[in-house]
Design a protein around this ligand. Structure first.
Ligand SMILES: NC(=O)c1ccc[n+]([C@@H]2O[C@H](COP(=O)([O-])OP(=O)(O)OC[C@H]3O[C@@H](n4cnc5c(N)ncnc54)[C@H](O)[C@@H]3O)[C@@H](O)[C@H]2O)c1
Length: 276
């Protein structure tokens, strides 16, 4: 059976580690060729080498338009086309109280998380429009759908990713290009290990802490998010655009409301009988 991305070519930003690296591995398993684009050039090159002839790497700072343009052009010159753009590179950015957040920290954070995604969409569209096909997936966050789950500027930027996804999807739908986002809940990567334990190597403690706060009682790993990105990039999602797929073990459902679970059955049955 052919892979779910057989014959497709992807650029994945921030693919030297975490969710981006997991996505690159998953994409290659499903038959894709990938460009590993990351600020950490050496790590990106070493990782691409593990994927043999299915991957190339490029040093890329997503805040720089020429770097994003070069990553997209590398996909076309090396593999012939661009089918999937995954705008994944990210940082936690400015933390702290709104009263204490500097304008410089705001700008630096928005540059990576918002400008970087904007540039990724722009240059993917540049090469996808003539072919009238393609899928763009950007990494939002649960902090992009509700407040209180991340720092202020991160939350603003990730809400922006959700908004830009809808806006660009509405423009590019007529050209056969789908534009979606994935909003992960806490996922075990260097980024979260750093925040949760202060030690990017301590993934076990990070996973345990995430599982404890998770409605499903489990931690998310890059593979969990990669599978959602894979779906949205594949032809299985041909009818899906402008959507933000939340992958968070129920973190944004609003709580488990355990006190109500034994008490609503009669009401639900009554409602069902009336056809509501
Ligand atoms: N880990 C989580 O819990 C979680 C939750 C929600 C959303 N996300 C989002 O998922 C994405 C990936 O996060 P992760 O957890 O895998 O993080 P990570 O720190 O493991 O990986 C991020 C990668 O992005 C690269 N990067 C950072 N700044 C860059 C820049 N300016 N240009 C190019 N590359 C750059 C880093 O070098 C790194 O390889 C981010 O957008 C993040 O906001 C993560």
């Amino acid at each position: 059976m052919a892979g779910r991305l057989e014959g497709k070519v992807a650029v994945i930003t921030g693919a030297a580690s975490g969710i981006g690296a997991g996505t690159a591995e998953r994409f290659v398993e499903e038959g894709a060729k990938v460009v590993i684009a990351d600020l950490q050039a050496e790590k990106a090159a070493a990782f691409a080498a593990t994927l043999s002839n299915a991957a190339v790497s490029i040093a890329c700072d997503v805040t720089r338009e020429e770097d994003i343009a070069a990553a997209v052009d590398l996909a076309v010159s090396t593999f012939g086309q661009l089918d999937c753009m995954v705008n994944n590179a990210g940082i936690v950015g400015a933390v702290g109280s709104i009263a204490d957040t500097s304008a410089e920290a705001y700008d630096a954070t928005m540059n990576v998380l918002a400008r970087g995604v904007f540039l990724g969409m722009k240059h993917a569209a540049r090469v996808m429009l003539p072919r009238k096909s393609g899928a763009i997936v950007s990494l939002a966050s649960t902090a992009g759908v509700i407040g209180g789950l991340g720092p202020h500027v991160y939350t603003m930027a990730k809400h922006g990713v959700v908004g830009l996804t809808k806006s660009v999807a509405s423009e590019l739908a007529a050209s056969g290009i789908r534009v979606n986002a994935v909003a992960p809940g806490s996922t075990v990567t260097d980024m979260t290990s750093d925040v949760v334990t202060g030690d990017i190597e301590d993934k076990d403690a990070t996973a345990a802490a995430i599982a404890e706060g998770s409605p499903l009682g489990i931690a998310g790993f890059p593979l969990d998010i990669a599978n959602a990105i894979l779906y949205l990039c594949s032809d299985e999602a041909r009818y899906v655009t402008g959507h933000t797929l939340v992958v968070d073990a129920g973190q944004t459902t609003g709580g488990t409301a355990a006190a109500f679970h034994g008490q609503t059955a009669d009401v639900v049955r009554e409602a069902g009988r009336r056809g509501i």
